[in-house]
Design a protein around this ligand. Structure first.
Ligand code: CAA
Length: 635
């Protein structure tokens, strides 16, 4: 390694720095305040060719090296971390996997406009139940003979919904974990592909981040990226490169904060001299500069390894964990040097302090980086089995639920079936509680989501709450953004927790944050027109149908007459589905009576869950008494 950049690298740095200083820095505060995307600057960056830095010229790129790309992200992030990640997510995550794994046709069709800056790219891996453990992906892509049908959701996706091209990961072979995941190239305007709200974030507020929602999206088989089952490996390899990008973003943020604090330390005079000459501050500056230099060398070295096609997975993880933690420390010190002034809105160090935090989280948390680094040093730990509870819950955030969904038949039939099931479970709808009972004390709540539409339609929610003898609640956006209800009535991770007997979710799709607020609900009922809404996987009963048709019918069946005030309602036990007998044989050891259950496999014997008895290797022995496989008998 040369430990030095070339003249070309420094010329590129000057060009980008000039652009960043003149086109991005003056608007960085406004972008942050208004949570708005730097559309014009992004267009300009595209025209300058910066969206294709590390890709060959034949695919519309600049044909430069990985180090040039790292410098570009660093320089943009030096003035605005949000703009830096737009370039990083586009290049490393949205474009690189197409370059590395795409067919010639895919590269021509998708990589060329991405590299030319005509289109923006993004990467859809993270899901509510698959964050750090990306192998838990639940989005499915089912091949119907001609095309794949994509269903599911992705969360926290950088560049969505602005991006036009998405590399998305979905399960094509269920039940086999990481090896059942495949990658696809998805276009923004395909039918059934929609977006959730743009997140309101702590930092990098100029970058756009949203949820991806797939409902029966038809994906041509030509859009499979790589081979079926290769998706997890593609995701991991992509993230190795992405981590160089995020490390560069962190470095740029730290550099910007350091320079700002250094300038201030030269101007600010206390005790008769500039604070920069006082040891308390000069030592801080020395430490900041040292950490920044160490981070830079780690990043440039990882970029160089990538460029020369050597292994760089561990080095990029080292660069990311070190640079992101440096960004946290340096921005913190920068505010400290500024004193009270640094705490004020409008000061760049205040924004940089907030921007820095995400770099320790996305594209693999600091903890995941340490797992990656450690696995290169000490090897991979043995796989831990899914916890029994998680397995039983089938991935549902709200735990094990009945999932009895009434999707077929006329609306009235579905409503009758739901009410009959609830009554059979012991719900008495002649009694009720006041509609304004605090959520935490309420045994019944009817909660309304964004599916309710305009404010006038809230009447439907109130009517149903009265008919069900319940209090009224909502999802977070209905209270916080639409303001249809007071803030103390929204249910979710950051809102009220519902722990009562009956929760009826109307027009709520079931984002992870909402579901975490109803984990302890006795019975959950969902009413939603989208059969794939996550709420159904987390509900005991559900009706798939238009809420504007279902709710009035439900009110009628439950009875609109005044309810008898409920005595304190009896806490009803959560109704767990009856355990069905397995649809496969159980084998019992003739020696000790141990039962081999294929759902569990035999972790210690290296047998994956889901392995049928007849596929066990001949040398496999009973994990309890050590008898041979042949002594087992089918029960
Ligand atoms: N390159 C290529 N293949 C790799 C790989 C890599 N870096 N890492 C693992 N693999 C392969 C393994 O070789 C293995 O294949 P075999 O079974 O054939 O050997 C397979 O992938 C499974 O590997 P592991 O058993 O190591 O996988 P794991 O489930 O234990 O996970 C992990 C390892 C490192 C924890 C991984 O899950 C991980 O990196 N998690 C973090 C995910 C992440 O960074 N998410 C961020 C999402 S992107 C984002 O933030 C969005 C945005 O828009 C900014």
């Amino acid at each position: 390694m040369s430990f030095k950049t070339t003249e070309e690298h420094e010329a590129l740095r000057s060009q980008i720095r000039k652009f960043a200083e003149t086109e991005v820095k003056p608007i960085a505060f406004m972008l942050d305040q208004e949570n708005s995307f730097p559309e014009e600057a992004v267009k300009q960056l595209g025209k300058m060719g910066l969206f294709g830095i590390p890709f060959p010229k034949e695919y519309g790129g600049m044909g430069l090296d990985q180090l040039s790309y790292a410098i570009a992200v660093e320089e943009l992030s030096r003035v605005d971390g949000g703009t830096g990640v737009i370039l990083s997510a586009h290049t490393s995550l949205g474009s690189w996997p197409i370059f590395a794994y795409g067919t010639e046709d895919q590269k021509k069709k998708y990589l060329v406009p991405l590299a030319q800056g005509k289109k923006l790219g993004a990467f859809g891996l993270t899901e509510p139940n698959a964050g750090s453990d990306a192998s838990e992906t639940e989005t499915t892509a089912v091949f119907d003979g001609t095309q794949y049908i994509l269903n599911g959701e992705k969360i926290f996706i950088t560049n969505a919904p602005v991006a036009e091209t998405y590399v998305v990961f979905a399960v094509t072979t269920p039940g086999i974990g990481a090896k059942g995941i495949s990658a696809f190239i998805i276009e923004k305007d395909w039918e059934g592909f929609t977006f959730g709200d743009h997140y309101d974030k702590l930092g990098i507020r100029s970058s756009s981040t949203a949820q991806l929602l797939f409902h029966d999206v038809k994906v041509p088989k030509e859009n499979l990226l790589g081979q079926e089952g290769e998706g997890f490996r593609i995701a991991m390899a992509t993230l190795d490169g992405g981590r160089i990008g995020i490390a560069s973003q962190a470095l740029g943020i730290a550099q910007g904060a350091y320079e700002s604090a250094l300038d201030y330390s030269r101007e600010r005079v206390q005790f008769g001299k500039a604070i920069g000459f006082q040891q308390g501050i000069s030592f801080k500056l020395a430490d900041m500069a040292t950490k920044i230099r160490a981070a830079r060398l780690l990043i440039y070295s990882a970029a160089e390894l990538k460029e020369t096609h050597e292994n760089y997975s561990m080095e990029s993880a080292m660069a990311k964990v070190f640079a992101s933690e440096t960004a946290m420390e340096v921005t913190n010190d920068a505010i400290q040097i500024y004193g009270g002034n640094g705490f004020l809105k409008g000061m760049d160090v205040e924004r940089m302090y907030r921007d820095a935090k995400i770099t320790t989280i996305y594209e693999g948390t600091s903890e995941i980086q340490r797992i990656v680094i450690a696995s290169h040093i000490v090897g991979k730990p043995p796989k831990e089995e899914l916890s029994a509870a998680k397995k039983k819950a089938g991935g549902a955030v709200t735990g094990e639920r009945k999932k009895q969904i009434f999707a077929e038949g006329k609306s009235k039939e579905k409503v009758d079936a739901l009410v009959a099931a609830l009554k059979k479970d012991g719900f008495d709808f002649s009694i009720g509680i006041p509609i304004d009972t605090p959520i935490i004390d309420a045994e019944r709540v009817v909660s309304v989501g964004k599916g309710i539409g305009t404010k006038e339609n809230m009447k439907l929610g109130y009517d149903l709450a009265k008919a069900a003898g319940a209090a009224i609640g909502s999802s977070r956006p209905v209270a916080e953004t639409l303001r249809y209800l007071p803030l103390n009535r929204y249910v979710g991770m950051s809102g009220q927790k519902f722990k009562g007997n009956l929760y009826i979710a109307v027009g709520i799709s079931g984002a992870g944050q909402h579901l975490k607020g109803i984990k302890e609900a006795g019975t959950i009922v969902a009413i939603n027109s989208n059969a794939n809404a996550p709420i159904f996987k987390n509900a005991d009963y559900g009706i798939v149908g238009d809420l504007f048709e279902i709710v009035p019918l439900l009110c009628k069946v439950l009875g609109s007459e005044e309810k008898t005030p409920a005595p304190p309602m009896v806490k009803m036990k959560k109704r767990t589905p009856k355990k069905l007998p397995p649809n496969y044989p159980i084998y019992v050891c003739g020696g000790c009576g141990h039962e081999y259950d294929q759902e569990l496999g035999d972790e210690e014997g290296g047998i994956r869950p889901g392995t049928p008895f007849d596929q066990l290797p001949e040398e496999w022995t009973c994990p309890v008494c050590g008898d041979e496989k042949s002594v087992y008998i089918k029960s």
